[in-house]
Design a protein around this ligand. Sequence first.
Ligand code: C2E
Ligand code: MG
Ligand code: MG
Ligand code: MG
Length: 277
Amino acid sequence: AKAAGRNRARVFTATMDEERRHKRSIERGLREALHTGDGLDVHFQPFVDRSGVRVIGVEALVRWRTADGTQVPPSDFVPVAEECGLIADLGWWVFERALGTCVRWPDLVLAVNCSAVQLRQDGFADRIVRLMERTGFDPARLEIEITETALLDAPEMQVRELDGLRAAGVRISLDDFGTGYSSLSHLHQFKIDRIKIDKSFVRKIGDGTDSDAIVRAVAGLGKSLRLAVTAEGVETATQFRVLVDAGCTEFQGYLFSRPVPAEDIDAMLNARAFAPA
Ligand code: C2E
Ligand code: MG
Ligand code: MG
Ligand code: MG
């Protein structure tokens, strides 16, 4: 038993080393990418109304390809960027790129994901406001997406920055709704404008679990609180039907479009033939 324990400890240590090395290499690559601008990009995923064809807006999603051509998913590098202090630079890079790109779609809402670490920075709201002025971006078209877990750490500072943004006319959206804690009190405390039902619930629609009921309850809650309710991760026509029926107001997912480069959004808007697959 002792030997087994020792082996386990060794495996554990090896995994830790491996993980640390992996993180260090992500950190190094990301730092370089932020310095040169090489390999970083922003893609845009449309969200549509109940018709399924009218594009209401787009969500900006960061993309990173390393020097050797590997596409690293944000779920791998965003947490590392948060840990090693690069998230402020990265977040700012995304904001600049996204706003700069979206000025050419004056009818669309732009949603940008924002890390809790960024929100905790003094002057964050002011900086966004100045960027909107500089790029001529209408604040009423901007939505900041934050996660509820992100709001737990340092509420006071974040409330101040969020209030600053709201005062400027920016809307606040609660991402991945239902996966964090004390969701209901957050809706009240942070004056949220939109909730995004997490794709884990959407995925389970129709499989006999309680997901349909949960989705209905969340959409009903949103309606009572006069919030917009986006369903994310919509992949099938059946899911779409259930979600429309539940009262969701906007819909996002591969059924409508994957996240795509800006030029593809141009083409979509020009064609006006945008329809679910
Ligand atoms: P999120 O904000 O909840 O974004 C939605 C994620 O779901 C995106 O993954 C999107 O590609 C994916 N998705 C959209 N529709 C579908 C679908 O129908 N099926 C499935 N299976 N997935 C779908 P992505 O781009 O890999 O981003 C993952 C997460 O990384 C985001 O989750 C967000 O939390 C974070 N992230 C992405 N870009 C940024 C950024 O610029 N800044 C910050 N702070 N976080 C970001
Ligand atoms: Mg999001
Ligand atoms: Mg989400
Ligand atoms: Mg997410």
